[in-house]
Ligand binder design. Sequence first.
Ligand SMILES: C[S@@+](CC[C@H](N)C(=O)[O-])C[C@H]1O[C@@H](n2cnc3c(N)ncnc32)[C@H](O)[C@@H]1O
Ligand code: SF4
Length: 464
Amino acid sequence: MKLYTNFIYPTEVHDVVKLFLDGVVLSDDGSGDITLIEYVDDTKFKYVSTFFARVAQTEVDTAGLDELQQVRLRKRFAKVCMYDLLVKVTGKHMPWGGLTGIRPTKLARQLTAEGLDWQQTFRGLLDVSEQKTNLVADILAEQGDLYGYRANTADMYVGIPFCVSRCSYCSFTSGEIGKMKKYVLPYVAELKRELAATLKFAEDNGITLRNVYFGGGTPTSLSAAQLDEILSVIDITPTEYTVEAGRPDTIDKDKLDVLAAHGVNRISINPQTFNQSVLDTIGRRHTVADIYDKYNLARKYDFAINMDLIAGLPGETYEMFCHNVECAVACGADNITVHTLALKHGSALKEQNFAQGQSPVAKMVEFAHEKLYATGYIPYYMYRQKYMSDNLENVGFTKPGKPCLYNIDIMEEISDIIACGTNAISKRISVEQNRIERAANPKDVITYIERLDDFLQKKFELFS
Ligand SMILES: C[S@@+](CC[C@H](N)C(=O)[O-])C[C@H]1O[C@@H](n2cnc3c(N)ncnc32)[C@H](O)[C@@H]1O
Ligand code: SF4
């Protein structure tokens, strides 16, 4: 089936179609089974969408708005027009309505800045469900004073592109450390060089680094000695210092000692699931007992601990997923992040054409949220991705007073980010111009090792 549109942002309209129908392609020959046509009359933009005999229409007047605001409104109303049509055709409503962006909380703040009642726009115009609108409201309330741009301040992200084995759902650009042995030492050496240069640049330019976040990949797939070498370069005391330990099979006492000695105050130990058969299916290569052992070991230190779960993993029933949530809550993790399986290109599951089938992912997520609210956890950040099961979302929950500041900064895009390592994107926020400029390090280890200086220069230019 083909979609034809004369709208200058066709992928925006296509993204709405993908919420309802698989396999629809964008047409480039002026014809389509589904169409959306934009008509322009001075400051008025009118949209008409059709699917066989079904028709929907929307209209917006952009008089007095600047170009950026006009574009935003045109995109919004074009998408609403397609969404309304497909609701008529299929009789289905989506949990996030016609919203396809990855940051609903950011959109809510933007609507408020436009002078609109965001809740009314979510519920009325965009058809977002009451439940999801309330979720956004709770997150905005929890972020409270933690939300805000701080001049001359940035967070630092550090990417470690190694894992002990590849999980079948994952599309991140990280390699199995056992197969990449010859690159590990050169990577550690170049990363240390980048960190030292970046810290000096920040100091010379009066930039305070507030939160430091090591992600990946799995930072703790490096040895205790390698971690010690890297962390020794970081000669500042950030407010929040996170190292994603992630895989329980990468954690031991020596590594935790190193993290603690360097002032790391937040780690993650991610079960994904507490069911052994599912761990085996997704290639995590550790036992359920390992999750408890490593969690109990880490609890002897002063770290705040996050646990990631994924709803919709292969072979996991509703009851099995509920068990996962109960286990994470019983552990008493400070943060519990509930992801919804996204079937992304580059993951083994996608390549194997894994299909979600009848798995009740929406019901699983609903159980997780209810259980977490009921046990005192509060949602504090969220994001959505393409290809998510049932068009849902990922939500970070926290015990009171324990939210991860970096997660809020990165998802709300309110902090400059100075990033080091592979697949690390530095961002400079311009609040006045409502703009974000970026400088990206390479995704692959070899290019990083060979050409670090080029990327360092681009990063420093961004912040000069
Ligand atoms: C960047 S990954 C790193 C985590 C760490 N290496 C580990 O395996 O525990 C962060 C989290 O994203 C989630 N995630 C990764 N791929 C996903 C997918 N395709 N769908 C849903 N969640 C995903 C997982 O919960 C994972 O813990
Ligand atoms: S989920 Fe974590 S351990 Fe698994 S492949 Fe992705 S980054 Fe590596």
